[in-house]
Write a protein that binds this ligand. Structure first.
Ligand code: WT7
Length: 635
């Protein structure tokens, strides 16, 4: 038997050693024993980080939905696969069994086929957290189409960019969405986006909020009538191990969003294996990850990882504050949640509301707590541990990325002793390295550096859609023969890792990864703006908030700075989404620049964080005088 379920620290070390001494044998055993293949591989792994080219389980044939659904039908047909918890607590939750899921995915897959979607075609999914979201993702996978889920909080411009980049031929959306006490006109956003998307010929529209929306003749179709007519069985398309399963966009420090491409077999094996171990999922457990399926966390740990293990996974449509700040805890009590996985920003927001909300609900079902998305601060960690876990539930602080597909550094619940703010140990098969600025690996403990990974793992992204060169430049060029994560980290005296944050121009706001460049581009479109620079500054709840330094073309022109601030945030909302709005905007006469013209963000970051005691060397600046001026007028 392979080591599918690790139970104590000694076993972790033992399995870890095996996984790095002989990765191919290790992953082959896991793949062989725990998944359903139509044909086995010829080769477990081939790789070359200089190209870069990575192939896992080459030659194997499979369909991931057979692994997530069909194979459970015999033993778990009546088990609940997905619990749908609606935005409004008065609306009844839905329990979708594996058998029902099979039927709904098959029907949806047939609708896709009837509408001209086939293997390799890209389908954009722009839906709220309703069952159709998970079902449409699985339906794409059923027929070998590549899904590209765009988070339904993104603006029409952001949506259009993503649709065009991967030339999606279909968009799946809904008439609208609920978000707390508000409704959002999703279809209106899609209509606006599609004005610039000639590649899309069909839009399938799910009904959720029952508003009157306009349907474009020949392009838009209501989903339900098509599902009603569809056949309830659909043979899975058998794909190659390395065929793309999905594209998911993530922001970079420069340029347009990167369409990370994940392939089928390696992604499946790794997400399933990490899910089972990190959360110690047991057959009768109810698991809840509060993320949206629009992010990688939802792809890997709401849909694929849990379903591959035959788990019961919750999809929550709403927000933590509606109808009040007790909503999460009410859901935990109602569905007797055993594993609960959320983000530091949510924990901080809930902690701020005090413990009264917690006390009203029975949280005794909880066994494991998880966190992901950004470094968790000590205070939030302890609040989570004391009040939610009552010091009895281990906290798994899981570090990973859209690009990594699955959890990379994390405790294994009950096996790895936790340590506040530490993601602790590399997961099985993961070989991290800390690098210095000269490109040398820093060996030993009690050191810090830039975090790289030295060896391939099954769920790593294989390329950036349409731009392999950018994939190479971004991840494989900073250090020879290593994947560079963009994060800094330290390793303590026992080898535990603590992620210290991004070392590039990506800012994490409420767990959302935002590149500075696209926001600056948006601001610069305002006719009064000459130049801008965005930095992050510490924020109690969001972790980081955005601080913008803006220089104007003519200072006298805009006397009303508050209006100007509003207009700038309006442009950002339109182009990127409300998540990227600036908390503070300071108008300045100039931005500190190096002689080569690069904005010195290091200085701006310190000023925005009120940390001006040591600004470092400013002598190399082209215009050192602006620094004092900016400091004098800081907000
Ligand atoms: C970046 C990746 C992986 C799903 C959510 C984010 C930061 C993520 C942690 C953690 C410290 C973390 C990193 C990483 N990050 N998890 N547990 N501790 N930092 O995916 O949007 O691709 O962002 O999020 O900086 O590089 P993403």
């Amino acid at each position: 038997m392979s080591n599918y379920h690790i139970k104590h620290l000694e076993e972790y070390y033992q399995v870890y050693r095996k996984s790095v001494r002989n990765p191919e044998t290790f992953w082959e055993e896991i793949a062989e024993e725990h998944f359903m293949w139509r044909k086995k591989w010829n080769n477990v792994l081939s790789w070359d980080f200089t190209k870069p080219e990575i192939k896992w389980f080459e030659g194997a044939k499979l369909n991931i939905t057979e692994n997530c659904i069909d194979r459970h039908l015999y033993t778990r047909g009546d088990k609940t696969a997905i619990i749908f918890e609606p935005n409004n607590p008065e609306e009844e939750a839905q329990h979708i069994t594996y058998r029902e899921l099979h039927e709904r995915v098959c029907k949806f897959a047939n609708v896709l086929k009837d509408n001209g979607v086939g293997k390799g075609d890209r389908v954009c999914v722009y839906l709220p957290m309703i069952p159709e979201l998970a079902i449409s993702v699985l339906a794409c996978a059923r027929i070998g189409a590549i899904h590209s889920v765009v988070f339904a909080g993104f603006s029409s411009t952001a949506l259009a960019t993503r649709i065009n980049d991967s030339e999606c031929k279909m968009v799946i959306t809904s008439d609208g969405s609920y978000r707390g006490s508000k409704t959002i006109d999703l279809k209106g956003i899609v209509d606006e986006a599609l004005e610039d998307c000639p590649c899309v010929d069909t839009v399938l529209v799910a009904k959720r909020i029952n508003t009157n929306i306009s349907m474009k003749e020949g392009r838009d179709k209501w989903l339900q009538p098509l599902l009603d007519k569809a056949h309830n069985d659909c043979k899975p398309e058998i794909v190659d191990a390395e065929d793309p399963l999905f594209i998911l966009y993530t922001s970079g420090s420069t340029g347009k969003p990167k369409g990370m491409v994940h392939t089928t077999a390696g992604y499946m094996v790794y997400t399933a294996y990490t899910f089972k171990n990190v959360f110690q999922y047991r057959e009768e457990d109810v698991y809840w990850c509060t993320a949206d399926i629009g992010w990688i966390t939802g792809h890997s740990y709401i849909v694929y990882g849990p379903l591959c293990n035959g788990a019961t996974t919750i999809m929550f449509e709403g927000v933590p504050s509606y109808p009040d700040f007790g909503r999460f805890w009410e859901i935990v009590a109602k569905h007797k949640v055993n594993q609960f996985y959320t983000a530091p920003t949510a924990i901080r927001a809930l902690a701020k509301e005090g413990v009264e909300h917690l006390e009203k609900h029975d949280l005794s079902s909880l066994k494991v707590l998880g966190t992901v998305g950004e470094p968790i601060n000590e205070e939030a960690w302890h609040w989570y541990d004391d009040n939610v876990g009552k010091k009895k539930s281990p906290i798994v602080d899981t570090w990973w990325q859209t690009e990594t597909g699955g959890i990379m550094i994390s405790p294994i619940a009950f096996a790895t002793p936790t340590k506040p703010t530490y993601a602790t140990l590399p997961f099985i098969g993961i070989q991290p390295a800390l690098m210095d600025e000269q490109g040398e690996e820093i060996k030993g403990n009690q050191v810090d550096g830039r975090l790289c990974i030295k060896y391939p793992w099954p769920s790593m992204a294989r390329t950036i859609w349409g731009n392999h060169q950018r994939y190479k430049d971004t991840y494989f060029s900073a250090y020879d023969n290593k994947y560079f994560t963009g994060d800094g980290a330290l390793r303590d005296e026992v080898g535990y890792y603590r992620i210290t944050g991004r070392v590039d121009d990506v800012i994490i706001v409420s767990g959302h990864n935002l590149g500075t460049a696209p926001i600056e581009d948006a601001i610069n479109e305002h006719p009064a703006v000459a130049e801008s620079a965005i930095v992050g500054f510490p924020h109690d709840i969001k972790g980081n908030a955005l601080y913008g330094y803006v220089t104007l073309k003519e200072t006298g022109e805009y006397r009303n700075q508050d209006n100007l601030r509003k207009e700038i945030n309006q442009i950002i909302t339109e182009q990127i989404g409300p998540i990227a709005k600036l908390d503070k905007i300071q108008f300045t006469d100039g931005l500190p620049k190096t002689r080569s013209g690069k904005i010195m963000r290091r200085i701006l970051r310190k000023i925005a964080s009120n940390d001006t005691s040591n600004l470092g060397d400013t002598s190399t600046l082209l215009n050192p005088e602006v620094v004092q001026d900016i400091m004098d007028n800081v907000l």
